[in-house]
Design a protein around this ligand. Structure first.
Ligand code: G4P
Length: 540
């Protein structure tokens, strides 16, 4: 007998891989607990067995790698990395971003490679300056933003006020998915509103080194009610009724459009609330999404491999002078040794020895799927924003570029090392860490090159790397002028304007002229008068 039912289309390996994947980044203000949360997610994902090991390993790396010394001295995380782990059938790519605002350019580019973001808040501080900036970047991309209110193990702002502050400060609707339960002022559990379940934690003796022990039950569960006590239970029932009546209802479509943020409460330090968060997050966060390209929308399910470079990192391991380009896979299956089209140059490239990363540890891989981030060896061909495609000419858009805001002369101490300086600066430019400028359009070996960077701290990193990786000792002499504009128009007009007080004429590595203005006022003054010239914030 024939079935009347339509045959169910077979699910391909590609579709299965896409459904399992979640690629996200954590955005937060320094100190909100990003390192701690990252570590605990790895603990839950089984990628590490004892929390504390990421920090311990970080310290160990500091001891073995000169490059890391700078991070350690400054107590900041400079470079982004990617962490991959499995949890409950999901394959998770967690994109790590530097916390310090001087590296915002790097962070913004990394966010382009993410399909969703987790906004981490400190329960006393709520939305802070850096959270706000990063939120805006995510909002522009319309990616779903999940909120995790951290540090609930210690007294903080009233949860209702926190949620309403996020809504009014960031202009996004919030829907608490989990809600904190306090007994005599102590954080003892969360209520998962989507599952209608109480998660009650027991205090461990390990200070959060192992996963939290949890009892789960409904609001009506007699045993849990007894454990909570009458008062805490009544408070919870009251809170939930209030949220149901007055809060934004859950709306998955609005969530996926970046218009509604699901909110979770917990403590990364004690692991409380992490499991319900992780489960709900994985279920609600989108799998790898379609991407705009010059040839229309690319679906992750398109069979031809495509991807783009969002980060280049040289000398990750000082023992091997190598350059790794981080590629976000957008569609199709990637195979090691694959021949792809490098769209910008039109050349064919073989992607040999691809790697996956666990913090800074690498493993060789033979395949990757949409949403994954792979590291490929680069011999100086790839640039940030480049598209790789197994089939066709398409290019992905939207890797943001930022004009430098700080400029400095690089004064070399030993002029005999000039060649090393030039190759070091070229490397840093290609990584996107700096831009190099010259005072003459024809002579790109003018005595003192000028570097521009988005954050002042990048000068320290550059100086340190020039010395440790290229053996060039330099002095960086910062300019006070901070307002660059690339200028289009007749050269004699450009030179005339640049000869004005407080203005400097520079040329970028492609010989495009730009004028560095002393202050916003002189820039505006010139812009209003010089109507024959066109002033651009980024290189043409
Ligand atoms: P970051 O990467 O966002 O900058 O934050 P990080 O995880 O380094 O955490 C910043 C501080 O906040 C750390 O304390 C950390 O232990 C603490 N912290 C993180 N999550 C929680 C939490 O859920 N509850 C509480 N009470 N504290 C939390 P520290 O004293 O600066 O460093 P450490 O000595 O503990 O490493």
């Amino acid at each position: 007998m024939h079935s009347q039912l339509e045959p169910i289309p077979p699910v391909t390996e590609l579709e299965t891989a896409i459904r399992r994947r979640r690629t996200f980044a954590i955005i937060s203000h320094p100190d909100a607990g990003k390192t701690t949360l990252t570590e605990k997610l790895l603990l839950y994902g089984g990628a590490i067995h004892l929390a504390g090991s990421v920090k311990a390993r970080r310290a160990q790396r500091h001891a073995t790698s000169d490059w890391m010394k700078l991070e350690q001295e400054r107590g900041i995380s400079v470079t982004s990395s990617v962490m991959q782990f499995e949890y409950e059938g999901y394959h998770i790519n967690l994109l790590d971003t530097p916390g310090h605002e001087d590296f915002s350019e790097d962070t913004y580019r990394t966010l382009v490679a993410a399909d969703s973001a987790v906004m981490l808040l400190d329960n006393r501080r709520g939305v802070e300056e850096r959270t706000r900036q990063l939120f805006e970047v995510c909002k522009k991309r319309r990616i779903p933003i999940f909120t995790f209110v951290n540090k609930c193990d210690r007294a903080g702002e009233d949860p209702l006020k926190l949620v309403s502050d996020v809504e009014s400060d960031l202009g996004i609707a919030c829907h608490p998915v989990t809600w904190p339960i306090f007994r005599d002022g102590t954080f003892v559990g969360v209520y998962d509103r989507r599952q209608s379940l109480i998660h009650l934690f027991s205090r461990d003796e390990e200070h959060g080194a192992r996963m939290a022990e949890v009892r789960v039950g409904s609001l009506e569960n007699g045993e849990l009610r007894e454990l909570l006590g009458v008062e805490a239970h009544a408070q919870l029932v009251h809170d939930i009724a209030l949220l149901d009546a007055a809060g934004h209802p859950f709306d998955h479509v609005a969530l996926l459009a970046g218009e509604l943020s699901p909110v979770f409460f917990g403590s990364a330090l004690t692991n409380f609330g992490l499991e319900p968060f992780l489960r709900e997050f994985l279920e609600l966060a989108p799998p790898p999404s379609p991407r705009e390209s010059s040839a229309g929308v690319v679906q992750p399910t398109d069979s031809a491999f495509t991807g783009f470079v969002f980060k280049i990192q040289a000398n990750m391991d000082p023992k091997h002078r190598d350059r790794i380009a981080f590629v976000r896979v957008c569609s199709g299956r990637f195979e090691a040794g694959m021949q792809v089209n490098h769209v910008r140059t039109g050349k064919s490239l073989r992607l040999a020895a691809p790697q996956q990363f666990m913090a800074r540890e690498r493993t060789a891989i033979s395949e990757a799927w949409p949403g994954d981030v792979i590291g490929v060896m680069d011999r100086g061909t790839l640039r940030i924003g480049d598209t790789l495609s197994a089939n066709g000419e398409l290019e992905f858009h939207g890797i943001p570029r930022f004009p430098p805001e700080h400029f400095a002369r690089v004064v070399i101490k030993d002029p005999m090392r000039r060649k090393q300086l030039d190759s070091g600066l070229r490397q840093l430019t290609e990584e996107g860490a700096a831009q190099v400028f010259f005072t003459s359009g024809t002579d790109t070996t003018s005595p003192t090159p000028i570097v521009g960077a988005v954050g002042l701290l990048q000068f320290d990193v550059m100086n340190f790397r020039l010395e440790t990786e290229y053996g060039v000792a330099c002095r960086f002499e910062p300019f006070t002028a901070r307002y660059p504009r690339w200028v289009l128009g007749p050269m004699e007009d450009i030179e005339r304007v640049a000869s004005g007080p407080g203005s400097t004429l520079l040329f970028d590595s492609k010989q495009n002229p730009l004028i560095l203005f002393q202050d916003a006022w002189s820039l505006r003054w010139v812009q209003e008068r010089e109507t024959r010239l066109k002033f651009l914030e980024n290189a043409p």
